[in-house]
Design a protein around this ligand. Structure first.
Ligand code: NAP
Length: 361
């Protein structure tokens, strides 16, 4: 056996004996389910899952956690939810690194991130509610981080495209963000990449929903709120401690459709068609295109909404559910630094979580 193979074998057997990282997974939905699959790959050999939970049930028993059908089983069986028991499972493990992985969208859980960090656990999250939420919550998080815990937030923006890490690295090197612009939503990217006036917007939206590109209630995407949360996260990483109400958000959902239940909204999607068709035709007549952009300028002014862009704009060269982030900085000031690629999807998001967990050791 070569020295390299021997070293790899020794390291693999060591990681089986004493995993360096003990982890609790909160959320076994689309992203959490993909993360569980990654845990069964050699890349995750140093991680031992000691607890997993959905919103109603949880599991801390070793054999049950190792079961490849854990996600399905948790839907029917398991103990009642109790965060204390999950933290107890982390405490009982002798791994040197203990991490809570939040693959939910729960704002209640997100409010506990700072407390967990202060108690000595690390937190890795796809949940944007804290870092992209109100300013006091974000400040509490910063205070907890100043005392040592690590917060893996790569999955919160661009499904793990290296955006947050790049921004932090640039700042660390003394560079400063001047402007940020881009398409931060996979579903809105798809909708406006496809919308060419040949079919009504509502038909396209129904198709996007069938393909799983939108949330079950597409207003979560069309409202622009999710994009606004991502812009807040990036703005704060760049040094602009903005409040949510400092982000101007243009919703694509007309006022009269906002209070309806989901079924009623879905039955009235055609009401979106007229106004968007008019804007599309006007843009086209001027040789432009419509894109749902997030923008941050040098003075910290933040806006999210539908923009008419020239045909040469970088956002007109996106495919599928691509995200795009164009960063102009003091050193990238002639041409922006552009990060682009699939900005949604369970596998890449779960990989971003895994990368953040592995980076803890
Ligand atoms: N899907 C993507 O491509 C993508 C990309 C980037 C980021 N994200 C983010 O990743 C997170 C998860 O997204 P998803 O698509 O996986 O959502 P999802 O399929 O709806 O799954 C959410 C999971 O969270 C669980 N949950 C809710 N409250 C909980 C609680 N208090 N304790 C434990 N579990 C709880 C749910 O439990 P039940 O099963 O019991 O309801 C469900 O298992 C969200 O914050 C989302 O914004 C998703």
């Amino acid at each position: 056996m070569s020295a390299v193979l021997a070293a790899e074998a020794a390291s693999a057997s060591k990681s089986q004996e004493s995993p360096a990282i003990a982890a609790v997974l909160l959320g076994t939905g689309v992203v959490g389910g993909a993360f569980l699959k990654l845990l069964n790959t050699p890349a995750a050999g140093s991680i031992r899952l000691v607890g997993a939970a959905n919103s109603r049930r949880q599991q801390t028993q070793t054999e049950q956690l190792a079961d490849r059908t854990l996600r399905e089983k948790l839907k029917m069986h398991g103990d009642a939810r109790n965060d204390g028991v999950l933290l107890g499972a982390l405490d009982a493990h002798d791994a040197s690194v203990k991490v809570i992985i939040d693959a939910t969208a729960s704002s209640t859980l997100a409010l506990r991130h700072a407390e967990w960090l202060a108690s000595g656990y690390h937190v890795v999250t796809a949940n944007k509610s804290l870092a992209g939420g109100d300013l006091p919550g974000w400040r509490t998080l910063q205070a907890a981080l100043a005392n040592g815990g690590r917060y893996g937030d790569s999955a919160t923006v661009g499904a793990g495209l290296p955006v947050i890490s790049t921004l932090r690295r640039l700042r660390q090197c003394g560079d400063a963000l001047l402007t940020l612009e881009g398409v931060f939503s996979g579903s809105l990217s798809y909708l406006f990449n496809q919308y060419d006036g040949s079919q009504p917007f509502s038909a396209l939206l129904r198709r996007a929903r069938e393909l799983g590109y939108t949330e079950p209630d597409p207003r979560s995407d069309l409202s622009g709120e999710d994009v606004a949360r991502k812009l807040l996260i990036l703005a704060r990483c760049a040094g602009f401690a903005l409040r949510p109400d400092e982000v101007e958000v243009e919703s694509l959902v007309p006022e009269n459709l906002r209070g309806l239940d989901v079924e009623a909204f879905l039955s009235r999607l055609e009401e979106l068609d007229g106004p968007l068709a008019t804007r599309f035709a006007e843009a086209k007549a001027r040789g432009g295109a419509l894109r749902f952009l997030a923008r941050l300028n040098q003075r910290g002014r933040a806006r999210v909404g539908l923009v008419e862009v020239p045909a040469t704009h970088p956002a007109t060269r996106l495919y599928g559910t691509d995200n795009q982030f164009a960063l102009s900085t003091t050193r990238y000031n002639t041409q922006p630094l552009v990060i682009q690629g699939p900005g949604a999807g369970p596998e890449v998001t779960a990989q971003a979580l895994l990368g953040d967990v592995l980076a803890l050791v």
